[in-house]
Design a protein around this ligand. Structure first.
Ligand SMILES: Nc1ncnc2c1ncn2[C@@H]1O[C@H](COP(=O)(O)OP(=O)(O)OP(=O)(O)O)[C@@H](O)[C@H]1O
Ligand SMILES: [Mg+2]
Length: 306
């Protein structure tokens, strides 16, 4: 098999927030992963596990406490050349978790979506600018009439589409979708997923798809990292994570997903997870099979594999 093309590599990333002299939040605590070109990499975990912080660190909203981020072969941690910064601002886009908070309420949808084009002067005429916004609105299933309205006039699903349009108008190669569908009705979730999937095919996009549960992620991701307390506790193909989970936290997350078949759903048992029973700090990554890995001490690994 040919070497797969790595578009993003995160190496030993730490993102700590110092709250005061006595207390530091270890939002992301030494995580490493690779994302291959054209794939969807899922990150799942409960609230506060460090998923958004991971995404925000990758797009350089934060300077990491330690570690490296390498995007398209370029180290982007620390001080970077203006040219690299420009490349990043277009090639790498994030769809933010909370569309209401991330869309400026005083701006029209036209100005919100065109913002990246404006900053980087990516058009020659006003007409070209408008046409690109109209085209993008149609791509995400809105219409050109929507361009002259304000964010509060839209439903949650529509606002999410505006966020997607704003990210995609830059023709990125890599998109981090942070809970892009979590707040939406199931039927609308499917619509947004279909839009993202189609765009991925048409434009050869790579995604990091962040969510707090496994119900949708497992269908759209090629590989999944399960995060808990700032650590990646298990990582592998969607199939491996779904069919042969090893970490008790992954098993607990999976047990929370309702089964579509009512006959099976009736017998679903929730598994609860007590983090006090697992020693993250002494753990190392054990390879289960291929690229399926789990964070565990030797003793824990032996136990879980029984
Ligand atoms: N800017 C910040 N300053 C201080 N603490 C922060 C900051 N951003 C995140 N945190 C803390 O870091 C931890 C991880 O937060 P993060 O938002 O990455 O979690 P998440 O997995 O995205 O959760 P959710 O599912 O709720 O979105 C939390 O304890 C959070 O309170
Ligand atoms: Mg988050």
């Amino acid at each position: 098999m040919a070497e797969r093309d790595v578009i993003l590599e995160v190496k030993n990333l730490k993102q700590y927030f110092r709250m005061n002299r006595h207390f530091t939040v270890k939002a992301v605590d030494d995580i490493s992963f690779k994302v291959y070109r054209g794939e969807t990499f899922g990150i799942v975990g409960e609230s506060g596990s460090g998923k958004s912080t991971t995404g925000r660190s990758v797009i350089k909203l934060y300077e990491p406490t330690a570690g490296h981020v390498i995007f398209e072969g370029k180290e982007i941690t620390g001080k970077i050349a203006e040219e690299t910064r420009k490349m990043l601002r277009t090639r790498l886009q994030m769809i933010f978790q909370d569309p209401m908070a991330s869309l400026n309420p005083r701006k029209t949808v036209m100005n919100i979506i065109a913002q990246g084009l404006d900053i980087h002067k990516l058009y020659k005429t006003q007409e070209e600018r408008e046409n690109r916004v109209y085209e993008m609105l149609e791509t995400v299933g809105l219409s050109r009439e929507h361009a002259h309205r304000y964010p509060h006039e839209f439903s949650g699903g529509q606002r999410q589409r505006i966020g997607i349009a704003r990210a995609l108008i830059m023709s990125p190669s890599f998109v981090i979708a942070d809970e892009a569908i979590s707040a939406l009705d199931v039927s609308i979730q499917a619509q947004i997923v279909n839009i993202l999937k189609k765009l991925q095919k048409d434009r050869d996009l790579t995604y990091i798809f962040i969510a707090h549960d496994l119900s949708m992620v497992r269908y759209i991701s090629d590989r999944i990292a399960v995060m808990h307390q700032g650590k990646i506790v298990e990582m592998g193909s969607s199939d491996a994570i779904y069919k042969s989970p090893v970490h008790p936290y992954t098993k607990a997350l999976l047990s929370a997903v309702p089964h579509p078949n009512p006959g099976v759903e009736r017998y679903r048992k929730r598994i609860y997870y007590d983090p006090a029973t697992v020693n993250y700090n002494e753990g190392r990554y054990h390879t289960i099979k291929g690229d399926h890995v789990v964070l565990a001490t030797d003793g824990e690994y032996e136990n879980w594999m029984k």
